[in-house]
Ligand binder design. Structure first.
Ligand code: HEM
Ligand SMILES: *[C@@H]1O[C@H](CO)[C@@H](O)[C@H](O)[C@H]1NC(C)=O
Ligand SMILES: *[C@@H]1O[C@H](CO)[C@@H](O)[C@H](O)[C@H]1NC(C)=O
Length: 331
């Protein structure tokens, strides 16, 4: 009934009812109570396994948060990132953004194994990732939110989508914003979600260009604090050491807080894609300042933007499947 009224209103406004898909309307077909009857323990299972994994290795929180992002930007939040190569499937795990970088797959496997015992063929791998991202945020001190659920899992992957849709650390501000807009996200989402870089690590290869030859003139990035740059050069040489790890937020690397934004104000963002939020656009600069001065506003917006990202093109109803093993499609 309500649905019809909305459709009629949209038609009266000259809008297409296709706007009702969860891609554009927050929540859409997904809702937090989706497993309340079919698998009441679903959320508890995710929380327990994630808590155990993060207790063992704090960085795992960051890795799980990032997995959900890299999933959602490629054909929607459909667990396509979890598929290994086999048959006609070419795994997204070998894309430029994911190769030697995306991690946490074993933790998702463990959650799925417990889940299949408790309620077989019921909880999707895509929903597990969305819950794990929320739990990782909470466990490291960040905000909480209710995760809309009901996503189903893709029967395919897209290596090209992974290479093209996920922003690179040396993309320009404009390119990064365009890549967000293509997913239905805006500048506010871009700045808030980049705040994820308040936890976790990056490899030398992801920011080396800034230390030695930012724009092809043999000079380091002049928007990078000089003493911070020389510290970074010690473990990120001109050549070699590609996989050496650095904290994205050197002030509080395993705490989800707003120090990432404070670092940007001090020209101490690690990635070029971080610092440009402060240097290349007035609107995003103001947002960075807002979040640097007000952690509460950052947390509120982060939660909202995570829900929005989690709503990118989910497979619902009878589309897709509930995978039994997150690494492969059902036989
Ligand atoms: C705005 C564009 C973004 C770019 C260019 C970007 C790029 C990167 C890069 C290059 C790394 C380090 C990878 C490595 O060297 O192995 C990284 C790490 C990370 N990213 Fe992003 N990212 C972006 C947005 C996001 C978003 C939206 C999220 C989550 C919502 C996110 C969460 C993370 C986390 C948590 C890590 C640390 C992962 C770990 O320690 O395992 N990033 N990102
Ligand atoms: C960005 O980095 C990639 C990979 O290291 C490199 O091939 C490309 O030339 C860089 N792009 C720019 C604009 O510097
Ligand atoms: C910097 O990069 C440019 C173009 O990418 C290259 O021609 C130049 O030789 C590099 N300079 C140094 C000092 O590495």
């Amino acid at each position: 009934m309500v649905h019809y009224i909305i459709v009629i209103t949209l038609l009266a406004l000259g809008l297409s009812p296709h706007c009702l898909s969860s891609k554009t309307v927050g929540g859409g077909y997904l809702y937090p109570q989706f497993y309340d009857h079919s698998c009441p323990k679903a959320q508890e299972i995710v929380r327990n396994v994630v808590a155990k994994a993060v207790a063992k290795e704090p960085r795992m929180a960051a890795s799980l948060l990032r997995l959900h992002f890299h999933d959602c930007f490629v054909k929607g939040c459909d667990a396509s990132i979890l598929l290994d190569s086999s048959g006609s499937i070419i795994s997204e795990k070998r894309s430029n953004p994911n190769r030697n970088s995306a991690r946490g797959f074993e933790v998702i496997d463990e959650i799925k194994a417990v889940m299949e015992k408790e309620c077989p063929h019921t909880v999707s791998c895509a929903d597990i990732m969305a819950l794990a991202a929320r739990d990782s945020t909470v466990l490291t001190g960040g905000p909480s939110w209710e995760v809309p659920l009901g996503r189903r899992d893709a029967r395919g992957a897209s290596l090209s989508g992974s290479n093209n849709n996920i922003p690179a650390p040396n993309n320009t501000f404009q390119t990064i914003l365009t890549k967000f807009k293509l997913q239905g996200l805006g500048i506010v989402d871009l700045v808030a979600l980049s705040g994820s870089h308040t936890i976790g690590n990056a490899r030398c290869t992801s920011f080396r260009q800034r230390l030695y030859n930012q724009s092809g003139n043999g000079q380091p990035d002049n928007t990078l604090d000089q003493s911070y740059a020389s510290q970074l050069r010690r473990n990120c040489p001109r050549s070699g050491g590609d996989q050496n790890l650095f904290f994205l937020d050197f002030v509080s690397p395993i705490k989800f807080d707003n120090s990432y934004f404070k670092n940007l104000l001090a020209n101490k963002g690690l990635l070029n894609s971080d610092q440009v939020l402060f240097t290349k656009n007035g609107e995003s600069r103001e947002l960075v300042k807002t979040y640097a001065y007000n952690q509460e506003l950052f947390f509120l917006q982060f939660a909202k933007s995570m829900i929005k990202m989690g709503n990118i093109s989910p497979l619902t109803g009878s589309r897709g499947e509930i995978r039994q093993n997150c690494r492969k499609i059902n036989a």
